[in-house]
Design a protein around this ligand. Structure first.
Ligand code: PLP
Length: 413
């Protein structure tokens, strides 16, 4: 019997179960969403903010003062450098880049789409697919940069910035990066803070701190203070930070934050004023009341961890037991965030995703974490265990493992 035969048989057995499982997107599960149901009704008819604003009405483009306190906790920035938006930080990112692209950040003639040679963004890979979609949608060319385990390869980033003056953006997810789980080292953050000195004045570091309080262990990773380091380097105008409560309260009904210098915020909100008369202040007020103090937020995040950590542990246990001695495969052991990043032997990721799909297990498309969907090694697969039940996670990962084993055996046959 060929070494492939028992693996093929195990795979066929899974197929015969007619499974319908999905571990594609990093969404909170219902139990996590249940942690925030008290948002509903928390205002109890009182819509007046501490500043005396009737939140039911129009206005307040920069968001409620009292909701900014949450932004200060998530982004380590003072409240007068924060604006609060509606339910998606990704919308803020899109709006910021769209403004730079269509209108420019520095007045007449600065629109990125008016530059003869276009503009480029540096994209640490694997990275967040929706960051890359924004660039692709706007026709901004993406240059992949390798992740190292401590953030982007800064030698590569600096060399590219020195040799290409069309670079206008660097995507960063500094803590528990999507999908690699990387926590940027102090050295990486310090070097990123200095990039503005190598770049055009409208270059921006897009600091998407989506997972700043999403620790899975009792030892939260601590990242260096990018804002202070940028102030020290005189590059503070090159920094724009983002966060939201999407994976803290309700993914579809949270509040978002954008932080930058007052100068940058004014340019941004002037433009925002054409799109909106103001954000959903009722939801902002609900959030401000729900999290009275930072300790409330920390307690709440511990409850999230208690729900999802067992799911991560189950995936890691199964991978260790079943694939621990398999050569050429690697995976991350994240201390927070929403993902485990898995690498097959080169050339197998698409095949594994296809085999899984045929056995009723939906995975994120191979290559999704790379600019233009192109993983040059065809080896990276993002696993997202938070949304399904632990039994479904268990089943899906067993199928995944069977597919990895089968694809690897076929390759070496
Ligand atoms: C790195 C990163 N940024 C932003 C988002 C989306 O954030 P929001 O819901 O605030 O738009 C996600 C969601 O998966 C993410 O992983």
């Amino acid at each position: 019997m060929s070494p492939e035969a028992p693996l093929q048989k195990a795979y066929e057995q899974f197929k015969s179960l007619n499974l319908n499982l999905d571990i594609t997107r990093g969404k909170p599960c219902s139990e996590q969403l249940d942690l925030s149901v008290k948002l509903d009704g928390i205002l109890n008819g009182n819509y007046i903010s501490d500043e005396g604003i009737d939140c039911r009405n129009y206005g307040g483009l920069g968001g409620l003062q009292e909701a900014r306190k949450i932004g200060t906790w998530l982004l380590d920035s003072p409240s007068d450098e924060i604006i609060v938006g509606s339910n998606s930080s990704l919308t803020f990112m899109y709006q910021y880049i769209s403004q730079a692209h269509h209108h420019g950040l520095e007045g007449d003639g600065s629109a990125w789409n008016s530059f003869e040679n276009g503009v480029r963004f540096l994209c640490p890979t694997p990275g967040y697919d929706r960051h890359f979609s924004i660039c692709e949608h706007l026709g901004i060319e993406m240059i992949p940069v390798a992740m190292t385990g401590n953030g982007p390869n800064m030698d590569q980033v600096e060399a590219l910035m020195r040799s290409d003056d069309s670079i206008r953006g660097l995507w960063c997810v500094p803590k528990y990066a999507n999908p690699s789980g990387d926590v940027y080292s102090d050295e990486t953050v310090a070097r990123i803070a200095k990039l503005g000195a190598l770049a055009a004045s409208d270059f921006r570091v897009f600091w998407d701190n989506a997972y700043s309080v999403h620790d899975l262990t009792d030892q939260p990773a601590k990242i260096a203070d990018i804002r202070q380091l940028s102030l020290d380097a005189g590059t503070e105008n090159n920094l724009v930070q983002f966060a939201s409560t999407s994976k803290i309260t309700f993914a579809g009904a949270g509040i978002s934050f954008l932080s930058s210098t007052k100068k940058n915020l004014k340019i941004f909100t002037d433009h925002l004023g054409f799109r909106s008369i103001g954000p959903d202040k009722i939801n902002q007020l609900r959030h401000a009341r729900f999290f009275e103090t930072q300790a409330d937020l920390n307690q709440h995040m511990k409850k999230h961890a208690a729900i999802i950590q067992p799911k991560f542990n189950r995936v890691l246990e199964l991978l260790n037991t079943e694939l621990g001695d398999q050569t050429g495969v690697t995976w991350t052991q994240p201390k927070g965030g929403y993902f485990i990043s898995f690498n097959t032997q080169p050339g197998l990721a698409k095949e594994v995703v296809k085999l899984c799909a045929e056995a009723g297990v939906k995975l994120t498309p191979a290559g999704a974490s790379f600019p233009y969907g192109n993983d040059p090694q065809d080896s990276n697969i993002r696993l997202a265990p938070t949304f399904p039940t632990i039994d479904d996670v268990d089943q899906a990962i067993r199928v995944f493992i069977a597919c990895v084993k089968l694809a690897t055996a076929r390759l070496t046959a």
